[in-house]
Design a protein around this ligand. Structure first.
Ligand SMILES: [Zn+2]
Length: 164
């Protein structure tokens, strides 16, 4: 069984395995440390949480049943997406593809990928001010374009040499 408490600092509800009551406990929302007295609990969740020493995290499924309590993964997902946006991996990948495309022969398709990824990276940058990697995306698109132009020039001169 788990007991539900309201945080004494941020007032958000969270669940605590019954056996941890009476110990010092950190609020999962704001980190406020408090000692939990059984009589202060505002509710309880019946369930399988009778294991000794079970932590709040392992016990997360139970807390999801609480109305109004945001599951932890939801906030984590947001942070993750934000981090992903800031890192803008498309832009970085585009940059590396751009560098790889400089390798003769195999560079041709890689240059295409560098440009495509770079454009997606650029779109990220334009759609959100938090997105990073603008330099990477620009470098990837420029390198890719440069390599493509070089290949076309090469093909052009090769054909002219053959037939000219
Ligand atoms: Zn709190």
């Amino acid at each position: 069984m788990a007991l539900i408490f309201n945080c004494q600092d941020c007032n958000q509800p969270f669940s605590v395995p019954e056996n941890l009551c009476g110990t010092a406990y950190s609020c999962p929302h704001c980190g406020f440390r408090m000692s939990l007295d059984r009589s202060e609990s505002v509710g309880q969740i019946d369930g399988a949480d009778t294991d000794v020493g079970m932590s709040y995290d392992e016990n997360n499924g139970a807390s999801d049943e609480m109305p109004g309590d945001m599951p932890e993964w939801a906030t984590d997902q947001e942070t993750l997406e934000k981090m992903l946006l800031q890192a803008n991996p498309m832009a970085r990948l585009s940059y590396w593809m751009g560098l790889l495309s400089l390798i003769p022969c195999i560079g041709f398709p890689i240059a295409f990928m560098a440009i495509r990824l770079g454009i997606r990276g650029l779109k990220n940058c334009f759609s959100s001010s938090e997105a990073g990697g603008l330099g990477f995306a620009l470098a990837g698109v420029s390198l890719g374009t440069l390599v493509l132009v070089a290949y076309f020039a090469l093909i052009f001169f090769a054909l002219r040499g053959l037939f000219g």
